[in-house]
Unconditional design. Sequence first.
Length: 253
Amino acid sequence: MRKKIVAGNWKMNMTLPEGVALAKELNEQLTADKPNCEVVICTPFIHLATIAPMLNDEVIKLGAENCADKAKGAYTGEVSAEMVKSTGAQYVILGHSERRAYYGETAEILKEKVKLALANGLKVIFCVGEVLEEREAGKQNEVVSSQLAGSLFDLTAEEFANIVIAYEPVWAIGTGKTATADQAQEIHAFIRKEIAKQFGEEVAQNTTIQYGGSCKPTNAKELFAKPDVDGGLIGGAALKAADFKGIIDAWKE
Ligand code: PGA
């Protein structure tokens, strides 16, 4: 059975003391009231080494929001997958629409990042999703399919077992506009079919596909009730322990 995963994406928020306080609060709450899903917090690089030893690994895991497309060397300001892994982090988000749109990350660059992350033992939360004009033109399946094929479909099935997909319609990110549960289900089922075509039905059934984009405690339950929605990648609502916990609790009856 595939894992249900709720992951927080802090983006460029939280000073070190603020981040440490939030991680501590979440860790305490989840240790006291165990989640029914895997929980990951993905933080800015500077938080990783401090937060990693604070977390109860049984209830909360740690990830980065990005890593370099080069292994090591003279790349000023970059942080490698190996460096991320050495902090104790287990996950990395790659291909977030903000990285694609603001930092020019192409399918080719992401392919290199994915390879390096997997080679260094990180699990990858790989984001796909269409912009509003593409949705309005009915091109969402085409877009998502080419994002998957462009960066992930040269992996082996064994490598792909360490990939989590996050479907995030760009028009829903940080806008308060959520995809309906039916819209999410439709495209998640399509993504699973594409994975099945490439890697076989068993791999597809074992792949976690998260929804992301204005997911909140008030809409998480309806989204997670859909058969192909296996959790969420949470931005804004991951910055407050009560909201993030509310989404995690959507997996409880
Ligand atoms: P949001 O962001 O929950 O603030 O819409 C989600 C994301 O970008 O991962």
